[in-house]
Design a protein around this ligand. Structure first.
Ligand code: ADP
Ligand code: MG
Length: 324
């Protein structure tokens, strides 16, 4: 559905300053996938999406979207995709239903089809009761649902969402996600979205492409990234005098690394924590080592990012500006 090779975008800001916003991104998206592009502010997420949606041309490299080249066949690309941009301008006085209907007409639907499609989307995005409201009167969450509806009027097979849930409170985020996932089922769409919410990328996306400073630094399922790049952490405490014996047993676990034995505590990084922990406890029992407490910490995507970049995604900001 998407295939980019060495996609690059430089912005020439002045004679002396060029921003290398995207530095050679290569990625593939299969039909039906839901892929999250995760990265801090300024990482190049929006710039990448704007190239894939033909809003700006790449400086170099290639991108094929829905079978068409973004540079050579932008019109064809646009017909296949929906795009919901990051944030919105000021609200305006159009009514919700008119806004959707107008969008349908712009996309070339005849009046009847546009009206029918607007009805359908109002229904499925739970905007029906708000159809007569002015767009400017909607709440943030309602407005974002309308944005998603706008991206769907022409029934695209591929939907791009740029930070769909940024700025929404947790309840509205969850609600928007419900709708996105339902839309995906209903219209069997491929979805590429950007986010800087770790938990969101983790729980919603099947695949996470982590970008930083305009480059892809990791690309896999969230689980695989965590297993490969961070691993599960076992943490056990023992009665005095047993520390070294437990450490010796812990070190023998499959994939054991980064073992630390200090005070009454042993911590060790393993590939599969929930499987390794009972194994270790059984081994300790056989060896007559009394384990006092035991815990498994499963890593987060933030641990993955930290491992890759040496800094936390929560604080990271590729532009050096304060996080928005
Ligand atoms: N039109 C532009 N002109 C100059 N610099 C830009 C422009 N658009 C984006 N940038 C810069 O490119 C980098 C990547 O920006 P962006 O793609 O918006 O990141 P993200 O969406 O991941 O926050 C940032 O340093 C940003 O300031
Ligand atoms: Mg952005």
């Amino acid at each position: 559905m998407i295939s980019t090779r060495e996609l690059t975008k430089d912005f020439v800001v002045s004679r002396t300053e060029t921003v290398h916003a995207v530095r050679g991104i290569s990625m593939d998206v299969e039909p039906g996938e839901l892929v999250a592009v995760l990265g801090p502010n300024g990482a190049g997420k929006t710039t990448t999406l704007r190239m894939l949606t033909t809003l700006i041309g790449p400086t170099s490299g290639t991108a094929k979207v829905a079978g068409y080249d973004v540079a050579a066949e932008p019109g064809q690309v646009r017909r296949q995709i929906g795009y919901v941009g990051q944030g919105n301008g000021a609200g305006h006085s159009q009514r919700v239903s008119d806004e959707l209907y107008g969008q349908g007409v712009i996309y070339g639907l005849d009046r009847r089809a546009a009206r029918q499609r607007a009805e359908e989307l109002l229904e499925s995005l739970e905007l029906k009761d708000l159809a007569r409201r002015k767009v400017s009167e909607l709440s943030g969450g309602q407005r974002r649902r309308l944005d998603v509806a706008m991206g769907l009027v022409h029934a695209p097979g591929l939907l791009f969402l740029d930070e769909p849930s940024t700025g929404l409170d947790p309840q509205n985020r969850a609600n928007l996600w419900d709708h996105i996932l339902r839309m995906r089922e209903q219209y069997s769409m491929t979805i590429v979205l950007t986010t800087h919410y770790l938990d969101e990328a983790d729980s919603m996306a099947e695949r996470v492409v982590v970008v930083d400073h305009g480059e892809v630094i990791a690309d896999d399922t969230a689980d695989a990234l965590k297993a490969k790049l961070a691993g599960d952490l076992l943490q056990l405490t023992v009665a005095p005098g047993n520390l070294q014996e437990l450490a010796r047993l812990a070190d023998k676990l499959p994939g054991a690394k980064d073992l630390v034995a200090e005070g009454d505590r042993v911590t060790v990084c393993v590939v599969d924590g929930p499987a390794a922990l009972p194994e270790l406890i059984t081994a300790a029992q056989h060896a007559g080592v009394p384990v006092a407490t035991a815990q498994v910490h499963r890593p987060t995507l933030d641990d993955v990012f930290l491992n890759l970049t040496g800094r936390s995604l929560r604080e990271a900001d590729s532009t050096g500006k304060a996080a928005a």
